[in-house]
Write a protein that binds this ligand. Structure first.
Ligand SMILES: Cc1cc2nc3c(=O)[nH]c(=O)nc-3n(C[C@H](O)[C@H](O)[C@H](O)COP(=O)(O)OP(=O)(O)OC[C@H]3O[C@@H](n4cnc5c(N)ncnc54)[C@H](O)[C@@H]3O)c2cc1C
Length: 802
């Protein structure tokens, strides 16, 4: 083993080998992969080898598509076989809700270039004849589905990596990883030591233990998983062609042909976590004991769906562990708080996702950012608050719901409440219906006496509709109050604070007492944040952004910090309320000693409200006259009492996130990770109007922003009024123009104020014309829609600025 390497990858499973291959392919040949045993010695060797593109997140689905297409390339490059069986697959739907979900997926696939199709029961019977279609309403057919040889594929990745310059050392166990002052790492193994500029933790089943060597916690947990292989079956071996895969979500099963028999695996509700106290180092090429009790119900269901199974003897049982993150997506990217330490862990579908993980991570390491938005698998999407006590129940829940219908408004119950603000019990007593964001309980809406305290999961308008309408009416008609807990808030101080912000943010940095809105850009000009900057003093600023992006943003801030600036994440320490609506000023005046009439739009000032010392800023995401009032979390209850008591005389009502998202649609305001994400650029989304090319600063992303100004983008974010029925746009519905898919939606919903269904989405720039007639495909139905440019509320901004 050499003494130094640019990248040391720990782990020779399919993921580690894919990362090694992609690093060498993209131009970093000096890669050393260390494997404590043989390649594939973790989860990889016993995988069923199935692959598919279906994933609720479109970027993940696209990366899965990339992974699947890569295998042929890998075979051609290495001359090795991946044992590919591109047999196609069908996912069954036996409830209208599941069919809705599959239709929504199919619609997304249109603009992703994936050739899936919705098929009826008879077509399912024709392509997958061993399926009993009783009760089946339809399905989604994906010609890309298939399976491969897990070991052959991993070795093909390894050979391709070696061909690119990588060294692979087997039987070399990493014992310690020690950070060095220059940011590199000392990696101590049982065969000696190696210094690496970068570490990649691809240790799969042992990723927790390897992370702990660097003093960090990665939120993942192994689960037991079982599949059965049958004896030879005439219904299979007498066929001329290979039987396709069949995913039967109601039966929590996936089935495929294996040789002359079948292979069927289960995601049973009665699942079991594995190695709760840590993965034993001596675990290797053994399997877990068979456990038919655990899958008894699933097998009984499978016998009905695939009657041939009842007659087929079982040849072998594969029962092994593999890891999951709380939401089932991988944990990829630079680990917040550590220098040059990268995660490639928690990959629960290594043969669907391994290629995409390897590609994205290699791009990130070499070019500073991945080509597409990888937030869905970014290791920073979980905050520092996460603990094994949270991860374990969430991982179990994720396993249990792997085949469940996923509704856009669904709030999953495990590990809740986890984090609450001082308002929790009070709001609960007022009828709060809770959601969760980044571990925090947030009010979605307030149910009235007699209304259910639970929002029915649905693809269509839910039982929250009436409550949301009430709350919107209260804001637009009088004044609403909403907790400001779910903003990420950062306190920036120091002699160099303004200079630093000018470099980090693309927009203008305000003078004392003023606010500005600004995008934050990556080097390549992608949107990596949209912030409100409040200037609290010459050397003191507050930033507010997305609550869910705290670790993501802190990682960026820390990575770019300079000596005379400090940045503290105060998201949970600084909280408060926003009051919004035509009577908001009167409420604020009633609780303030100072005159508030002269607080202009985009002003910020310090103020005493009741006993609390507050930061008051005049801005509101509702698009209305409104104020954000921030205090220390210890003073939040006192602030509430003062505002709420004073507000009663002005018709104050509380409102939650459902109303907030409806109110912002009235003004076509975009939101983080819907309209504003690393997939999009400022000029595409209209955020370019907040970029200051006039400032004499080489801010990050400037060159890209200038280039974009010189060459306008090919697509633009636009608003549409949709002739919807009972289902509004959620995200990624295709937009059809003249019979062809020309764009897609980013978000949408019902504007209760205007009584119309609204969608935001991208269309080609030359189509951005008021009144353009389009069709938006919602749950498989074409809904007429019209492009609009005039906001549905306060179009002249008289109320917001008045
Ligand atoms: C029964 C079963 C069926 C499955 N079916 C499918 C399927 O059909 N399709 C699919 O896509 N996925 C499937 N999976 C999941 C798949 O196996 C995993 O997604 C994949 O194997 C993860 O690969 P990995 O490289 O991340 O981890 P692993 O395969 O666990 O590899 C980690 C490697 O790191 C090495 N290592 C750990 N610590 C150290 C150390 N300190 N020093 C050196 N080396 C170290 C280990 O020895 C190991 O080889 C299945 C899993 C199971 C259990």
């Amino acid at each position: 083993m050499k003494s130094h390497t640019r990248v040391c990858i720990i782990g020779g499973g399919v993921v580690g080998c894919s990362v090694a291959y992609h690093l060498t392919k993209l131009g970093w040949p000096d890669v050393t992969l260390l494997e404590r045993s043989e390649l594939t010695s973790g989860s990889t060797w016993h995988a069923a080898g199935g692959f598919h593109t279906l994933n609720g997140d479109t970027n993940m689905a696209a990366l899965q598509g990339y992974t699947i297409r890569l295998y042929r390339e890998l075979e051609a490059l290495t001359g090795m076989s991946c044992g590919l069986h591109h047999v196609g697959g069908v996912t069954l739907a036996d409830t209208p809700e599941r069919l809705d979900m599959l239709k929504a997926e199919r619609a997304k696939h249109r603009f992703m270039g994936l050739e899936t199709e919705i098929v009826g029961p008879e077509e399912i019977k024709a392509v997958a004849p061993i399926t009993n279609i009783d009760g089946v309403l339809g399905g989604l057919y994906d010609p890309l589905d298939g399976h491969l040889d897990p070991s052959g594929t991993t070795h093909a990745y390894a050979k391709a990596a070696r061909m690119g310059g990588a060294e692979i050392h087997l039987h070399t166990k990493v014992l310690h990883t020690n950070p060095r002052v220059d940011g590199s790492w000392e990696i101590v193994t049982d065969k000696g030591m190696i210094i690496a500029e970068h570490i990649v933790n691809a240790a799969g089943l042992w990723a927790r233990e390897v992370a702990a060597m660097a003093g960090c916690y990665l939120p993942l947990h192994p689960m037991e998983h079982q599949y059965l292989v049958t004896e030879e079956t005439p219904e299979i071996y007498e066929r001329d062609t290979e039987h396709p895969h069949v995913m039967d979500p109601s039966g929590e099963s996936y089935l495929r042909q294996e040789g002359r028999g079948l292979c069927i695996g289960f995601y049973e509700k009665t699942c079991r976590p594995w190695a709760v106290d840590g993965t034993p180092w001596d675990f290797g090429h053994e399997l877990l004991p068979d456990d038919f009790d655990k899958i008894e119900d699933s097998i009984a269901f499978a016998f009905k769906r695939f009657p041939v199974l009842e007659r087929a003897g079982i040849k072998s049982v594969i029962h092994g562990p593999f890891t999951f993150a709380p939401d089932g997506n991988p944990l990829v990217g630079p680990v917040p708080g550590l220098r040059n330490y990268w995660s490639a862990c928690g990959v629960m579908a290594g043969f669907s996702q391994g290629g995409g993980v390897g590609l994205s991570l290699a791009q990130w390491m070499i070019e500073g950012e991945a080509e597409r938005d990888v937030m869905a698998m970014d290791v920073a999407r979980f905050g520092r608050w996460i603990t094994p006590g949270y991860t374990l129940p969430k991982v179990i829940e994720n396993y249990q719901t792997r085949f469940s219908v996923v509704y856009p408004n669904e709030e999953l119950p495990a590990a809740r409440p986890c984090r609450t603000t001082p308002m929790y019990d009070l709001f609960d007593g007022m009828g709060a219906v809770w959601g969760q964001q980044y571990g925090l309980e947030v009010v979605n809406y307030f149910a009235q006496e007699g209304e259910p305290r639970f929002e029915t999961p649905s693809f269509r308008r839910s039982n929250a509709f009436a409550a949301t309408a009430r709350e919107v009416a209260a804001v637009r008609g009088a004044v609403g109050i909403n907790e400001l807990q779910n903003f990420g808030k950062y306190d920036v101080r120091g002699a160099g604070a303004r200079t630093w912000l000018d470099r980090i943010m693309a927009g203008r940095i305000p003078q004392p007492g003023r606010l500005s809105l600004t995008p934050m850009l990556s080097e390549k000009g992608k949107i990596i944040g949209d912030f409100t900057v409040s200037c609290l003093g010459d050397d003191h600023f507050q930033l507010t952004g997305s609550y869910g992006a705290q670790d993501y943003h802190m990682r960026w801030f820390d990575g770019h910090l300079v000596a005379d600036v400090t940045v503290h994440n105060v998201s949970d320490r600084r909280t408060g309320f926003q009051i919004a609506g035509p009577r908001a000023r009167e409420v604020l005046q009633a609780v303030s000693q100072a005159h508030v009439g002269d607080i202009a739009f985009m002003d910020v000032r310090r103020s005493s409200i009741g006993n609390a010392s507050a930061i008051v800023q005049r801005v509101s995401y509702t698009g209305d006259l409104g104020y954000e009032i921030y205090v220390d979390a210890m003073e939040q209850r006192a602030l509430w009492d003062v505002l709420w008591n004073a507000g009663q005389a002005f018709g104050m009502k509380p409102f939650g996130m459902r109303a907030m998202m409806s109110l912002r649609l009235d003004k076509f305001f975009g939101s983080w990770m819907r309209e504003f994400s690393p997939d999009y650029t400022p000029a595409e989304t209209g955020l370019d109007r907040f970029i200051s090319l006039k400032k004499n600063v080489d801010f990050i992303g400037r060159a890209a922003a200038e280039a974009e100004r010189a060459t306008p983008p090919e697509r633009r974010l636009c608003a549409f009024i949709v002739d919807a029925d009972d289902a509004d746009v959620v995200a990624y519905e295709p937009i059809w123009i003249d019979g062809a898919v020309r764009g897609f939606c980013t978000s949408g919903g019902y504007s209760h104020h205007s009584g119309q269904s609204v969608a935001l989405g991208f269309v080609p720039s030359d189509q951005e014309v008021e009144g353009l007639e389009v069709e938006i495909e919602i749950l498989g139905e074409m809904r007429p829609a019209r492009l609009v440019t005039t906001p549905l509320f306060d179009a002249d901004t008289a109320r917001m600025r008045g």
